[in-house]
Design a protein around this ligand. Sequence first.
Ligand code: GLN
Length: 191
Amino acid sequence: MNIAVLAIQGAFAEHIDKLKKLGVDCIELRQAADLEQDFDGLILPGGESTVQRKLLREHDMVEPLRKKIGQGIPVLGTCAGLILLAQEISNDGDVCFGTLPVRVQRNAYGRQLGSFHTEEEFAGIGRVPMSFIRAPYIESVVNRNQTEILATVEDRIVAARSGNQIGIAFHPELDEDDRIHEMFLEMCRGV
Ligand code: GLN
């Protein structure tokens, strides 16, 4: 199995370390030509979604990636990666892939809570550590029939799944706990 990690900006190295720790091969997506390789799953890391969006456009990677996601490749978007996937962004009109039927708010926790750590239930896994860094949250689910809420923190949705897409507002790659990546890898094995 081979997992592709978008490696143009942000916390991609941490996802790659996690995949290596779990014994999984990975490739880095830096330019359109990298998309010609075969891969079984896609990770969109945290970082700065405006910069990622700009670089994805400049490298002509938006359409080919959107197509792959549309074809059902399992995708895990964390933090900025969730913003790239979201169908609607309440405080930023510039949608990128727009494939995940949720409405997100960027930098939604304000200044004081720019970064924080907590532990909460995650559907199918149990309590997991959650590190938030200038995180978005999911204001609402655009299509309830298609979308499962995976985790909430103080009534705010912080993780959701629709088909093979998982969007998470926090950074599971930064914590020792591997269970979210393991769940994603199970999904990739099953396709
Ligand atoms: N604040 C960033 C954004 O809006 C996301 C932060 C992160 O990925 N840690 O894109």
